[in-house]
Structure formats: structure tokens, C-alpha cells
Design a protein around this ligand. Structure first.
Ligand code: FAD
Length: 300
């Protein structure tokens, strides 16, 4: 039973107790009190203004880096995929992309425009918003290497234009103005003629040979520690194939945990902790999760 009050205008449009398992690539996660897909920025601004300041807010893209615990999320989840969907060329070398654009679409459109290197975005199965929040990267490319400026929305529904220099960016880490979320970004590329969708297909085929693509996962669970690889450390302990409930360390790539279809979020989180403490005991390295873990543990 949740108590998050909603003005009548929005009550008919929000989903109550929406299972987050439907919105994450691990296919696990308990209910969000309120789940809202806005029509546009103005609509979202109004929605945000209608929320009490104490209500936790979580924006999501495609849920490809998110572990929501089985007790769900007490607050409001805002889905951006397919909403902030503008994708336009701006001048010679710049592109504006809404936060809800799938990274794969951005990669393909840049190829059509003869701009790049943007092929790496095809390896990230999320939205640009998620890629901005994570500084997602693949095949040697990284999101924030291309960011000139971003548009954000704050809790009060106010839009801000921010420069890349307003953010501190590192490996899978981004911090900046608090309580602001990404609406989209101005990205800079170079002219890159002669690249085609075949190049993307080749990159993805290479990856498919080494990662359990197609199984339910969140990609790499842990960030790589300095000068090492999380997968190497985990593999060296013989943990490939180790399982808790329906969650299993992938036999193909030791930094992936896959859901065999029956896992709970608790299975996955326990497996994450098991792997983390095994690596720490054996190597003295404390792995950090790349995956964002949110929400409440299920009681009872
Ligand atoms: C098979 C597989 C392979 C993967 N390979 C890679 C890879 O090579 N490299 C890589 O970096 N990642 C990889 N990932 C992880 C994931 O795809 C990326 O982290 C991606 O950027 C997440 O995007 P998303 O839209 O799904 O974000 P979500 O999972 O929905 O959200 C992730 C985080 O971003 C926040 N967020 C989402 N949208 C916004 C927004 N608009 N404003 C502010 N915060 C926001 C969320 O609150 C959450 O904290 C992989 C995942 C899978 C399943």
C-alpha cells in the first residue's frame, strides 16, 4: 500500500505499484510506488512540481544498468525512453540527442551523417541519458569525450543548460549539479566518411563471441580496478558458473551475472556480494559495482 499523493490530472496517467522487473534488463525488481512516462518536457516539469520535495525520484532509460531490489522503489520513477527522442544534426560536426534516444540509434544516425567515432555507442544497450549518467563506454570510446553541453531538468521542473566543464567525469563516473537529470546533450564528432553499419555489425559480432549477449544481464557488474580486470580476478577464483538461486556468474564472461529466468534481485545481490568478498579475501581488491543498486529489500 503506498501513500504517494498525486493530483487528479496525473493520477489517471501514472502506474501505481509498477513491477520494475518489466523495465530492467535483468528482469528483476519489485514495484515502484509511482511510474510515470511524460509526454514532453513541459508535462514532466508539471509532474515534478506536483511532487512533495521529500519524494525520491529516479529517472530511468532502458534499465540496462539497474538492479532494483525485490521490495521495489518507494518514490516516483520517470521513464525517458522514447520521450526525449529528438536526434538532429547541428552544424558541421555537432549533434543534439535527447536523453531518451537509444545509443544504438545514435550510432547508426551518426554513420548516416558521416560523423564519428560514434560506432561505440552501438555497444551500449541503453539510452543516451543512461550513458550520460554512467559515462558509458565501449570499444575504446566514452560518452563524455563527445559532450559539449547538456540540458538538465531539476526537481522544481526548471530547465538548465550546462557545459561539460560543469561536471566531473571519470571512468564510469559522473558528478555534477545535484538533483538534476539529463534531458539531452550536444555532442561533437569528427567527419568520418566511409564507416558503415557493417563496421557496427563487426564490432557487435566480436563482442557476441566473448559476452553472453541475449541472456538477461546488466553487462559488466563491477568496474575494473586500476591496472586490472574484474573479469580476470573473478575467473582466477574459478567462479564462472557459480550460482545463487537463479543468478549465475556467466561461463562466458566472469564479470557478467545472468538471470536464468528464475532469479530474484536478492539472488543477484547475494551473488554480487559473494563474488566481491571472494575477490577481496583472495587478492585484497575491493571491487566496486558499476551496476546501480536501488530500492528496498523485500520483507517477510
Ligand atoms: C548486455 C549488456 C552490455 C553492456 N555493455 C556495456 C558497455 O560496453 N559499456 C557500458 O558502459 N555499459 C554497458 N552496459 C550497461 C548499460 O547499458 C549502460 O550503463 C547504459 O549507459 C545504461 O543506460 P540505460 O538507459 O539503460 O540506463 P538505466 O539502466 O535506466 O539507468 C542507469 C543509471 O542512470 C540513471 N539515469 C538514466 N537516465 C537518466 C537521465 N536521463 N538523467 C539522469 N540519470 C539517468 C539512472 O537513474 C541509473 O542510476 C551493458 C549492459 C548490458 C545489458
Amino acid at each position: 500500500m503506498n501513500t504517494l499523493a498525486m493530483p487528479p490530472d496525473f493520477e489517471s496517467r501514472v502506474l501505481r505499484d509498477e513491477p520494475m522487473a518489466k523495465h530492467t534488463s535483468w528482469h528483476v525488481g519489485g514495484p515502484a510506488d509511482v511510474f510515470f512516462k511524460p509526454l514532453d518536457v513541459a508535462d514532466l516539469s508539471m509532474f515534478l512540481r506536483s511532487l512533495a520535495p521529500s519524494v525520491p525520484i529516479m529517472w530511468i532509460g532502458l534499465g540496462s544498468n539497474l538492479l532494483v531490489r525485490d521490495g521495489g522503489f518507494r518514490g516516483a520513477v520517470i521513464e525517458t525512453h522514447g520521450v526525449f527522442a529528438e536526434l538532429e544534426r547541428r552544424g558541421e560536426n555537432e549533434v543534439w540527442s535527447g536523453a531518451g534516444v537509444a545509443c544504438a540509434k545514435l550510432a547508426k544516425q551518426c554513420i548516416k551523417w558521416g560523423l564519428g567515432p560514434a560506432e561505440f555507442f552501438a555497444g551500449i544497450p541503453g539510452t543516451l541519458g543512461g550513458a550520460l549518467a554512467m559515462n558509458a563506454g565501449a570499444f575504446g570510446g566514452e560518452t563524455w569525450s563527445h559532450v559539449v553541453a547538456v540540458a538538465t531538468l531539476d526537481r522544481a521542473g526548471m530547465r538548465h543548460e550546462r557545459l561539460a566543464s560543469d561536471f566531473t567525469v571519470g571512468y564510469r563516473h559522473v558528478s555534477g549539479p545535484v538533483d538534476e537529470w539529463f534531458l539531452g546533450a550536444r555532442l561533437r564528432f569528427e567527419p568520418r566518411p566511409g564507416v558503415s553499419n557493417d563496421d557496427i555489425r563487426m564490432l557487435l559480432a566480436r563482442r557476441k563471441a566473448t559476452q553472453p549477449i541475449g541472456e538477461w544481464s546488466c553487462g559488466s557488474v563491477f568496474t575494473n580496478p586500476p591496472d586490472d580486470h574484474a573479469a580476470r580476478l573473478i575467473d582466477s577464483l574459478g567462479l564462472k558458473g557459480f550460482r545463487i538461486g537463479g543468478a549465475r556468474v556467466s561461463e562466458m564472461h566472469a564479470n557478467f551475472i545472468v538471470n536464468d529466468g528464475t532469479a530474484s534481485a536478492a539472488d543477484i545481490e547475494q551473488l554480487i556480494e559473494h563474488v566481491r568478498s571472494a575477490v577481496e579475501r583472495a587478492n585484497g581488491v575491493k571491487l566496486s559495482t558499476e551496476v546501480r543498486i536501488v530500492g528496498e529489500v523485500r520483507r517477510g
